[in-house]
Design a protein. Structure first.
Length: 334
């Protein structure tokens, strides 16, 4: 089972991935499969088929229709090796504080000292929630967290080989797109810009609208440092590529190294400082930028400029902090 053959159809790709996730392949076969798709890019049909199988094997999270139709996930592929603070997590809480339901799918650290799960735990949340608890958090707090290992148990069949290889694989693309909840919108950051188009094509078929972004300097989120590439999808089709520059929206340019974070305790303190409106500068600004784009994507803002205003207001009014506190409290309920 390798990628050296001609491209698979969607159905063939789903069948291959389904076998892999059921434990039907040996470690050596899994290794060759992963290395094969590192040697060549998966086609949209292949990536879409793989994703169908991953989602089929996942434990589902149900959301009320009225919430699901407005909900968003904000996530990155990791792999940018920036060691940045938890931008997507803070962005998600600011968006939730602005009244948009967020169902965040995430894991522990991929390319930094502290992933979403790590920082939420350090903030006092319980992260290993049941599907019902996740749904309750989204409904009651406006924010819920899906801890990927708990909801993708079939990944145990590929985990040892992935760890042995020690390099990003196609699962680093599939994971961010594989939210087990029926979120209508997705903002997905990609460290490798070569994957943007393929991921956008796949997401177009699975969301009301989505954005695939590649931050200036290789970040897997929008950056303050320069031009950010963005591919938009809506109503089943890729809409095309554009560029977003923070300074065009009144946010000061800043180098990516100004976003550097630390361990979970350090990053949790930064989250609290930002959401309490006690931290000015690049970290707050990059959260506002990413939240503005998310708020515009879901239609809560009619323009990116209005998105900046709404994101700023979510922080200054305490909305983001309230969303965090409500989530932490709700996550601790039995």
């Amino acid at each position: 089972m390798t990628a050296a053959h001609s491209a698979l159809t969607h159905h063939e790709a789903a069948t291959v991935m389904g076998s892999l996730l059921r434990g039907g392949q040996s470690p050596e076969q899994i290794k060759q499969f992963l290395l094969g798709y590192n040697a060549r890019e998966a086609t949209p049909d292949e990536l879409g088929g793989f994703l169908s199988a991953v989602r089929e094997a996942a434990t589902r999270v149900e959301l009320p229709d009225a919430i699901a139709s407005q909900s968003i996930d904000i996530v990155g592929t990791g792999g940018d090796h920036s060691g940045s603070v938890n931008v997507s997590t803070m962005t998600s809480l600011v968006v939730a504080g602005a009244g948009v339901p967020v169902c965040k799918h995430g894991n522990r650290s991929a390319s930094s000292k502290c992933g979403t799960a790590d920082v939420l735990e350090a903030l006092g949340a319980r992260i290993e929630l049941t599907p019902e608890q996740v749904s309750r958090c989204v409904s009651a707090a406006g924010f819920g967290f899906i801890f990927a290992p708990k909801f993708h148990p079939a990944f145990r069949h590929v985990g040892p080989v992935r760890r042995e290889l020690g390099v990003p694989t196609i699962f680093n693309l599939l994971g961010p797109m594989a939210n087990p909840a029926p979120v209508a919108y997705m903002l997905v950051g990609v460290a490798n810009s070569a994957r943007m188009g393929t991921m956008a094509t796949v997401l177009a078929k699975r969301t009301t609208a989505s954005l695939v972004v590649h931050g200036h300097g290789g970040l897997d989120e929008l950056s303050l440092a320069g031009a950010n590439r963005v591919i938009a999808t809506r109503d089943g089709a890729v809409q095309g590529e554009s560029v977003i520059v923070a300074s065009d929206l009144g946010l000061a340019a800043a180098p990516n190294d100004q976003l550097r974070g630390g361990d979970a305790t350090h990053n949790a303190r930064i989250v609290r400082e930002v959401l309490a409106n006690r931290l000015a500068g690049p970290i707050r600004d990059v959260v506002v930028l990413n939240a503005a784009v998310a708020l515009h994507l879901v239609g809560a803002a009619v323009s990116l400029s209005q998105g900046v205003s709404l994101a700023d207001q979510s922080i200054s009014s305490g909305g983001g902090a309230a969303a965090l506190d409500a989530f932490v409290a709700e996550s601790q309920r039995d």
